[in-house]
Design a protein around this ligand. Structure first.
Ligand code: BES
Ligand code: MN
Ligand code: ZN
Length: 502
C-alpha cells in the first residue's frame, strides 16, 4: 500500500472517494463542513434523512455529490465529539477501510486525521491512520486461495491536512507509520505460516533475505555446532528432540556511531511447540505455530529500523527451534547446563521458551548492550493474568519500565507491568540443579520472568510476555504483528527522531 499527503481545497480534489467524519448527532467534522458548503448543503440535507447519526464506526457512502470533484463521498461515524477517544478514532479509521475494500474505489482521500482525538498529537493521529489502514488491508494468501479478497483492494490512501505547515509532520508520520505497518505485516505473515513451512531454517533464510535488502544490516546464523562450542546446553537440549536443526539468527544493524552501545532485541522463535515429552493437549495445539512470534517481532522491528534508516545501533537475536516429543528430547528430571554455567532441572519440557532464551540472553552480553529487551510467547499464565489486551512487562528497572510503558501507550501497543520481586525466586529452587525450569502454578508468568532474570544480571533488561497479544484465536485467528509497533516506538524514541510537539 502507498500513503500520500495532500493539502488544499477539498472540493477540487479528484479522488475515487473522499472520506469525511461525522460526529453525533449529525455534526459534520470541520473538513466535512467545507465540503458541505461546496455542495450547496447536500451533506446536511442527506444526514437529515436519518441514515447516519454519527455513531462510531457506522458508514454511509454517497454518490454524485454536486459541486465537488470526488466520485464518492464516504461519511464515517466518529462518535460523540465531546468524548472523541483514540479508540473511537481508530474504530472509525478501520470502518472506513473495511467499507472502501468492498467498493471499486481503489484509492481514497481521507480527512479523518484532521479530527484529533483528546490527548493525541497530530503526528500520532496521522500515524494511526496509516497503521490502522495497513492492518485492515492485510490478508493471508500464502497457502489458500483468497476467495473473499476485495476485487479492487485499497492501493493508495492519501491523507489530507488543512495547512501547508502540517505537511512536514504528516510526511514524517506517514513514513514512520508505513515502516511500522510493513514490520507488522512481516511479523503477521511469519506468524501465520505453518510449522511445516516456517521452520528454523526458513526463518534463517528469511533473515538472510532481509539483510540482502539493506546495506547497514548484516546477519549471521549460528549453527548447532557453533552453539555446542559456546556451551549453549539449554538451547540445544530443546532442539535435540526435533529433526529440524536449531538456528540462532543474529541481526546487526549499524545506524549509529561504531562505539555506540546497541539496543538488543531477543525474540523467542519456537516454530512449533508441541510441549515435548510433557506434551500439550490436542485442542488448539495448532496455535503453537505462533510460538515464534517473539522472533517475528524482532524481524519486523529490524526491518523498520532499516527502512527508516534510524541513527542507532541495533542487534536482533532469534533463537529458533521446534519443541517436539522424541527419543532424544528432554525428559522431566533431566539436568542441563546453560551457557552461563548454571544448571537447570527440566521439570516440565513444555517450559522450553526460557531454555532457548536463557542461552541467548547470556550470548547478548558480548554486544555490550545499552539495553536488552526480550519478547516471548512465554506463558499461558500471562494470558490468564492479563487477558489479550496488554503484553506483560517485567523488569526491575523502573526507568526502563516507564520508557516501555510510554512507548506502548504512544504506539497503541500497550503493556502492563507485573511484579518481578525476589519473593518469587524461591519457587524455582531445585534439589538437584541450580534451578528448576518451572515454579509451580502460582504466578506462572512471574516465575518464568524470574527464571530469565537469572541470566540478565550484566545489563539493563526487560522482558515482554506476548502470549496474549501476538495472535488472535477463533474466527479471527491470525498473527497481530505485536509488539512491533511498541518496539519501533522505543527505537524512534531512542533515535531522537520524533517530533517534540504536534
Ligand atoms: N508457548 C507456551 C506458552 C503459551 C501457551 C503461549 C498458551 C500461549 C498460549 C510455552 O512454551 C509453554 O508451554 N508454557 C507453559 C509453561 C508451564 C509448563 C510452566 C504454559 O504456559 O503452560
Ligand atoms: Mn511450551
Ligand atoms: Zn513455547
Amino acid at each position: 500500500m502507498e500513503f500520500k499527503i495532500k493539502t488544499g481545497d477539498l472540493a477540487k480534489h479528484k479522488t475515487p472517494c473522499l472520506v469525511l467524519g461525522v460526529f453525533e448527532k449529525r455534526k459534520l467534522a470541520e473538513p466535512a463542513q467545507a465540503v458541505d458548503q461546496a455542495s450547496g448543503g447536500r451533506l446536511t440535507e442527506i444526514l437529515k434523512r436519518g441514515d447516519l447519526d454519527g455513531e462510531t464506526g457506522r458508514t454511509l457512502m454517497l454518490y454524485d455529490v454536486p459541486g465537488i470533484a470526488a466520485e464518492r463521498v464516504l461519511l464515517v461515524g466518529c462518535g460523540k465529539h465531546k468524548e472523541f477517544t483514540r479508540a473511537n478514532y481508530r474504530q472509525a479509521l478501520a470502518a472506513a477501510v473495511d467499507l472502501l475494500q468492498r467498493t471499486h474505489a481503489g484509492d481514497a482521500l481521507s480527512t479523518l486525521a484532521e479530527s484529533i482525538p483528546d490527548g493525541l498529537t497530530r503526528y500520532l493521529a496521522l500515524r494511526d491512520a496509516v497503521t490502522t489502514t495497513a492492518d485492515r488491508v492485510y490478508r493471508y494468501s500464502r497457502t489458500k486461495e483468497d476467495k473473499q479478497a476485495p476485487k479492487t483492494p485499497l492501493r493508495t490512501l492519501t491523507l489530507w491536512v488543512a495547512t501547508r505547515q502540517q505537511v512536514d509532520t504528516a510526511e514524517q508520520a506517514t513514513r514512520h507509520g508505513a515502516a511500522i505497518a510493513a514490520g507488522v505485516t512481516l511479523a503477521k505473515e511469519l506468524g501465520n505460516l505453518p510449522g511445516n513451512i516456517c521452520t528454523p531454517s526458513y526463518l534463517a533464510d528469511q533473515a538472510l533475505d532481509l539483510a540482502s535488502r539493506f546495506d547497514k544490516l548484516t546477519v549471521e546464523v549460528l549453527e548447532e555446532a557453533q552453539m555446542e562450542e559456546l556451551g549453549m546446553g539449554a538451547l540445544l537440549s530443546v532442539s535435540r528432540g526435533s529433526r529440524q536443526p536449531a538456528k540462532l539468527i543474529c541481526f546487526k544493524y549499524q545506524g549509529g556511531p561504531q562505539d555506540q552501545k546497541p539496543v538488543v532485541l531477543v525474540g523467542k522463535g519456537l516454530t512449533f511447540d508441541a510441549g515435548g515429552i510433557s506434551i500439550k493437549p490436542a485442542a488448539e495445539m495448532d496455535e503453537m505455530k505462533y510460538d515464534m512470534c517473539g522472533g517475528a517481532g524482532v524481524f519486523g522491528a529490524v526491518q523498520a529500523a532499516c527502512e527508516l534508516d534510524l541513527p542507532l545501533n541495533l542487534v536482533g537475536l532469534v533463537p529458533a527451534s521446534e519443541n517436539l516429543p522424541d527419543g532424544a528430547a528432554n525428559k522431566p528430571g533431566d539436568i542441563i547446563k546453560s551457557m552461563s554455567g548454571q544448571t537447570i532441572e527440566v521439570l516440565n519440557t513444555d517450559a522450553e521458551g526460557r531454555l532457548i532464551l536463557c542461552d541467548t540472553l547470556t550470548y547478548s552480553e558480548r554486544f555490550d548492550p545499552a539495553v536488552v529487551i526480550d519478547l516471548a510467547t512465554l506463558t499461558g499464565a500471562c494470558v490468564v493474568a492479563l487477558g489479550k489486551h496488554p503484553s506483560g512487562l517485567f523488569t526491575a528497572d523502573d526507568r526502563l519500565a516507564q520508557e516501555i510503558q510510554d512507548a506502548g501507550n504512544d504506539a497503541w501497543d500497550r503493556v502492563w507491568r507485573m511484579p518481578l520481586w525476589e519473593d518469587y525466586q524461591a519457587q524455582l529452587d531445585s534439589n538437584f540443579a541450580d534451578m528448576a525450569n518451572i515454579g509451580g502454578r502460582d504466578g506462572g508468568a512471574i516465575t518464568a520472568a524470574c527464571f530469565l532474570s537469572r541470566y540478565t544480571k550484566k545489563y539493563r533488561w526487560a522482558h515482554l510476555d506476548i502470549a496474549g497479544t501476538a495472535w488472535l484465536s477463533g474466527k479471527e485467528k491470525g498473527g497481530t504483528g505485536r509488539p512491533v509497533p511498541l518496539l519501533v516506538q522505543i527505537l524512534l524514541q531512542r533515535s531522537g527522531v520524533l517530533p517534540m510537539t504536534d
